[in-house]
Ligand binder design. Structure first.
Ligand SMILES: [Zn+2]
Length: 366
């Protein structure tokens, strides 16, 4: 039986005031006295100022660090040795910097995400820049608490929420690769981690299907389901904690996104890129007979509804670039066995495959 850590609190809150109150109650209860706030300067993070003011006379030491560069080198040089708690307040890069910096200094971290663009809001993983276009996935401790300012998430741009949904749905692709690696390579599968990852993604997948069936709009879905998406993203983080690896939430679709990052720099938010990867890997699985063709058709309907990419041009690349991306994808993480290992990834195969998948986009009418 393995030992895992689960955050003590997951609170979804509706004002800076509510976040302050929950935060103060938590740190008082736990006895934290020396606190480092890690944030940025953008206006959305005025919440950091409010929290700073609220915490000021409740603790012995309080210092705010404004992240200027979400790189490993930056996180390494943060002077955190004399603190007993780190609080990350901001978007994905800030939360990742806070998680990693707290981890290397062996102090706990609280996550206060102002965007939900990926499943890092409460996961034991940080993705930070190593060098130009090269990001590294680093193991961290999972945050001890997650306080989500829903009022700020509601104000964040729609693409970032759609990106969070994309990252979440991609779990369904990742767990297919878990099964495949187990079958073909006898790779250990953590069944509970896979189950949690799957249920997290399915909760949102099925709700999207309901909205489509009922003829409702995407705006209605986003208005009524942010809590569901937040909880599912938090569960996805728990799946990684249970597995001790990103495996249950990261398969070939993530390799395609990493490949986009390495070859062309990040073109779209992470969750949008992995969703595009999932669109490709799901079609490939259906073509190879691993899943029924109707799974791909269902996914396409959901992607169309929510606004995730189903064309090459919507990611801002050409077919030739996409061929390069797919061929390079397995090299971004060679140890990770995925559906891409089941085919001969040469130019001819990928070209023919893409022509089939993006038939209407590629074929120029006479
Ligand atoms: Zn991801």
């Amino acid at each position: 039986m393995s030992q895992i850590n689960i955050p003590d609190k997951l609170r979804i809150l509706n004002s800076n005031q509510e976040v302050s109150e929950e935060l103060i109650s938590f740190i008082t209860e736990k006895g934290f006295l020396k606190i480092a706030l890690i944030t940025t300067k953008t206006p959305n993070h005025l919440i950091a100022n409010d929290l700073e003011v609220a915490l000021f006379d409740k603790v012995k030491k309080l210092k705010t660090f404004q992240v200027i560069d979400s790189s490993i080198a930056y996180a390494n040089q943060l002077p955190l040795t004399d603190f007993d708690l780190v609080i990350g307040i901001g978007g994905g890069k800030i939360i990742d910097t806070a998680k990693y910096a707290s981890h290397i200094n062996k102090i706990p971290c609280i996550s206060i995400p102002t965007a939900i663009s990926n499943d890092g809001i409460c996961s034991p993983v940080a993705v930070l820049k190593e060098k130009q276009n090269k990001y590294k996935s680093l193991g961290t401790s999972i945050p001890v608490a997650l306080f989500v300012p829903l009022h700020l998430i509601k104000r964040s741009d729609e693409e970032s929420i759609v990106s969070g949904i994309g990252d979440l749905l991609s779990n369904l692709s990742a767990i297919e690769d878990c099964k495949l690696a187990n079958k073909e390579k006898r790779e250990y599968t953590d069944d509970y981690a896979v189950m949690v990852s799957k249920q997290a993604a399915l909760s949102v997948y099925l709700e999207l299907e309901n909205y489509i069936l009922q003829g409702k709009t995407k705006t209605q879905f986003l208005d009524e389901n942010l809590n569901l998406v937040i909880e599912a993203l938090a569960l996805s983080g728990i799946a990684m904690e249970i597995a001790g690896t990103t495996r249950p939430a990261s398969g070939a679709e993530h390799l395609i996104s990493h490949s986009i990052d390495e070859l062309f720099g990040g073109l779209k938010p992470h969750g949008v890129q992995v969703a595009f990867g999932m669109y490709i890997t799901t079609f490939l699985r259906a073509e190879l007979g691993y899943i029924p063709k109707k799974c791909f058709e269902e996914l396409e309907t959901i992607f169309r509804f929510v606004g995730l990419p189903i064309t090459i041009s919507s990611v801002g690349i050409t077919k030739e670039q996409l061929i390069e991306i797919i061929i390079h994808a397995p090299q971004t993480r060679p140890e990770r066995y995925t559906i891409l290992n089941r085919v001969k990834l040469d130019k001819k195969f990928v070209n023919e495959f893409l022509e089939k998948l993006f038939e209407s986009e590629i074929t120029v009418p006479l």
